[in-house]
Write a protein that binds this ligand. Structure first.
Ligand code: NAD
Length: 376
């Protein structure tokens, strides 16, 4: 089996799908790895590190033509998928529910699409493959660092001869994997931290990190796959109002709320922004081209409102921790390849729960039931 890696070629993307140690593991399992020259440079992995791990450096077109499996971070651009042929496989965070227009035609083209978002994450055997968690963890850590950098005051309490600083008050809205990491990191920096989620189940996790839990009256509970279910319009408005009443007390607001395949819920409204203290920093991990958790946040940009609130649109913060995030992602990808190709060739077993969920398309058709239902 030949696994290929390309440069991601997006100005906001500094990660690479396989780091040299992941290539080394594949080579050890008697696979060949083709790496586009300089694809790991932004993450600190030069070509010679890949060669030392047993990979072969190739041109972009050489990787595309000769790989059986293309390891990718996101959906490869059309210029790449147009060149792929029946029998080749793409593995990555393909965001299939938001890319249905590409999934159908590529299935017909005969490509096997493996979308890491479709992994049944609660199965213990799936945990090594869980790229959503590894990348959310990197993003949550970075959110805390970015917030601290943009905030004009100390995070910890400081008692000095020149005066005393009180600790910053942080609230993390959405306490899944990214949110819990943001809580742990801002606490390590000395802030006083509160977590908020519609899943009451997350209270224990928040409190075990030494943070307070702000109870939501919109107890949505846990929906399918352990995720929050989408809110009704009424619930959204109740939620915005209760948050509006609470948020003015905080100095830093980190939002991570997502519902798979849907537009992120708007939690900090335009009106709420006007009630926040000047200098408050909002870091919005929900930011996307479809909007985010904070009104007006622009993914990849930092803006300041007329009342002096800093809004950081940060939908892809894992990309700003490229070495660690790529190393973790490389482990996830190798675990997926080992599961799908135990004998050295991709062999999909539709009776295996992990195969059946992860694989979006195979043998010319869209196979995943969630995607098939969404396409109707
Ligand atoms: P996510 O990125 O989909 O969402 C982030 C958080 O936002 C979640 O906690 C969600 O409840 C919350 N959220 C969504 N809408 C909200 C709203 N309107 N208001 C406030 N909060 C809102 O979530 P995730 O981090 O990928 O994790 C989702 C769940 O899956 C969690 O329960 C997590 O513990 C669980 N999980 C389990 C495993 C495992 O069992 N191995 C692995 C990963 C995640």
């Amino acid at each position: 089996l030949t696994v290929g890696v390309l440069s991601e070629r997006d100005s906001h993307e500094h990660r690479v799908a396989l780091d040299p140690s992941a290539c080394g593991r594949l080579v050890h399992s008697e696979m060949a790895v083709l790496v586009e020259s300089d694809c790991g440079l932004d993450a600190g992995f030069p070509d010679h590190a890949y060669e030392a791990a047993g990979a072969t450096i190739a041109t972009r077109s050489g990787v595309i033509a000769d790989c059986d499996v293309l390891a990718s971070l996101s959906f490869p651009p059309r210029a790449v998928t147009d060149q792929l042929v029946a029998g080749q496989t793409i593995i990555g965070l393909l965001d299939p529910l938001n890319s249905l227009d590409r999934v159908g035609p590529l299935a017909e083209q005969g490509l096997t699409l493996v979308a890491l978002e479709l992994l049944p994450r609660t199965l213990s055997r799936a945990q090594a493959m869980d790229a959503l968690s590894s990348q959310s963890s990197a993003a949550g850590y970075r959110a805390a660092i970015v917030a601290a950098e943009k905030f004009g005051r100390y995070l910890p309490m400081m008692i000095t001869a020149s005066g005393t600083a009180i600790p910053a008050k942080v609230i993390v809205i959405g306490t899944g994997v990214a949110g819990l990491q943001a809580i742990a990191t801002t606490k390590r920096l000395g802030a006083v931290v509160t977590g908020y989620d519609v899943r009451e189940a997350s209270r224990m996790e928040v409190e075990s990190l030494g943070a307070k839990f702000l109870t939501s009256s919109v107890a949505a509970g846990t929906g399918e796959g352990g995720y929050a279910r989408p809110m009704t319009t009424e619930e959204q408005s109740t939620q915005q109002q209760e948050l509006a009443a609470a948020l003015a007390a905080f100095d830093i607001i980190i939002t991570t709320a997502k519902v798979p395949g849907r537009t992120p819920p708007l939690l900090v409204s335009a009106e709420t922004l006007t009630t926040l203290k000047p200098g408050t920093v909002c870091v919005d991990l929900g930011a996307s081209d479809k909007g985010g958790n904070v009104f007006g946040s622009i993914d990849g940009s930092t803006t300041t409102t007329t009342s002096g609130v800093v809004v950081v649109g940060a939908g892809n913060l894992a990309a700003d921790l490229p070495a660690s995030a790529s190393q973790m992602y490389g482990k996830n990808i190798t675990a997926v390849i080992e599961a799908l190709a135990p004998m050295g060739a991709i062999t999909i077993d539709p009776t295996d729960e992990i195969h059946a969920s992860l694989v979006a398309s195979h043998d010319g058709i869209v196979t995943n039931p969630v995607l098939r239902a969404a396409m109707k």
